[in-house]
Design a protein around this ligand. Structure first.
Ligand code: IPE
Ligand code: IPE
Ligand code: MG
Length: 244
């Protein structure tokens, strides 16, 4: 069930965003409510990602960017970090088959150099193998921070200038955008944060300049296609002026 009757009527005027971004938050609280270890929340969160990615693809969304692990999340207990990394390992091992079945291109945003070597290699392989699928792309943010991304881009720009490849005038909004992890991908029209927190937590700082935000109290492991419909409906009611 995709649209309500009323929504079906206005289907022609209903705009599905090209790029949706989601801060997948609330796994820990979901687990706590059930007296389960936090890792159980992350495991269910991983399945929900699969389900929502497939739903986005079916809706005609072109890009889905999800926040899976931030540059700040290393501050968590060693046990929790290890559980998340092992979940990622398992996800990447399965990803090759899943991506083929679903025809999903996978890309990873963030600084992969801090991940274990085997994980870096699995990430590289998943990107390479899925690069032939052009219909829908999921970007997974791992060891990602918006500030870190801007710093990495600034360093690249500075080294181009020092090498004489660029002059200062070559540093523009569009040339900097191409140095971000999201190079050549349009900015997200809609950013969703479940779990009741109302902050960006260092997500897509550069790309979110004119994104519409949607916040909901639903915890990520409970987030369903219906909740995504609600977010898209809210987005459709927004008046985007871009300062004009
Ligand atoms: C989001 O869920 C997943 C990661 C940050 C890895 P949390 O683990 O932050 O869950 P809460 O916010 O503590 O409920
Ligand atoms: C943001 O959630 C990061 C991810 C969902 C991966 P956090 O749970 O880490 O953010 P804070 O601590 O609530 O700001
Ligand atoms: Mg959280």
């Amino acid at each position: 069930m995709l649209f309500s009757k009323k929504q079906k009527k206005t289907r022609e005027t209903y705009h599905v965003p090209t790029h949706i971004a989601i801060i997948m938050d609330g796994n820990g609280r979901w687990a706590k409510k059930r007296n389960l270890p936090r890792s159980a929340g992350h495991a269910v969160g991983c399945d929900v990602f699969e389900r929502i990615a497939t739903y986005c693809r079916d809706l005609g969304v072109k890009y889905l960017t999800v926040y899976a692990f931030s540059t700040e999340n290393w501050k968590r207990s060693q046990e929790e970090v290890l559980a998340i990394m092992n979940l990622l390992r398992k996800y990447l091992d399965d990803a090759v088959n899943t991506m083929e079945k679903k025809q999903i291109r996978l890309r990873f945003f963030g600084d992969m150099s801090r991940l274990d070597a085997d994980l870096q290699e699995k990430v590289r392989q998943a990107e390479e193998i899925s690069s032939r699928y052009t219909g829908f792309q999921a970007n997974i943010c791992l060891n990602y921070g918006g500030r870190d991304e801007i710093i990495r881009a600034a360093r690249q720009a500075a080294s181009k200038c020092m090498a004489g490849e660029w002059t200062l005038d070559d540093i523009t909004e569009s040339s900097m955008a191409e140095l971000m992890d999201s190079a050549y991908i349009p900015d997200p029209e809609l950013i969703i944060r479940p779990s009741g927190e109302v902050r960006t937590s260092n997500f897509l700082l550069w790309q979110s300049a004119y994104s519409e935000y949607y916040f909901t109290d639903v915890l990520w492991p409970d987030f369903s296609p219906k909740d995504l419909d609600k977010a898209i409906t809210a987005y459709n009611g927004r008046s985007r002026r871009f300062g004009g």
